[in-house]
Design a protein around this ligand. Sequence first.
Ligand SMILES: Nc1ncnc2c1ncn2[C@@H]1O[C@H](COP(=O)(O)OP(=O)(O)O)[C@@H](O)[C@H]1O
Ligand SMILES: [Mg+2]
Length: 165
Amino acid sequence: MERDAHMAEQTTYTFITRSVGETQRLAETIGKMAEPGDVLTLSGDLGAGKTSFTQGLARGLGVPGVVNSPTFTIIKEYAGHLPLYHMDVYRMEDMGEDLGFDEYFYGDGMTVVEWPQMIAEQLPPERCDIVITRGDGEERTFVFTPYGSRYQIVCEAIANEHPSN
Ligand SMILES: Nc1ncnc2c1ncn2[C@@H]1O[C@H](COP(=O)(O)OP(=O)(O)O)[C@@H](O)[C@H]1O
Ligand SMILES: [Mg+2]
């Protein structure tokens, strides 16, 4: 775990994983801490691990069954201890089109958004942005930027549970 204070601006938290299982365990920690109205965004190229990460969240939330990329659907809902709302807005025709996202963002579950830049204007100001980059082989770097105290607490907790990073 690395914690950088950027010019008195946003603190970021960096985690490195070396397998899909490690990515899922990292995400599972977050799923277990989920509270209604939590919003996470996931950015990264195809194959970075956005959906794998979401599968870990689902496990932490106690969602039974399989979570896949919502290829032809923009939003998929899964029932766990809290609902998980999985959005993949990559194929949204009209950038900025409002499909009632606030119902999810401020709803009773955890929302995770793949390709958040497609709906940048509509994202809630309090959220955690996660950027994934590929390294050699199975290495993936996750940079978390928390906006708001709720997400700072979450990041600190993950850092405590995954100190080896
Ligand atoms: N450390 C890792 N974390 C996540 N995925 C990994 C990792 N190493 C290898 N992979 C592989 O990379 C792919 C990630 O795919 P996926 O999660 O669907 O990405 P995305 O949703 O970003 O397109 C999977 O085939 C997975 O097995
Ligand atoms: Mg995906």
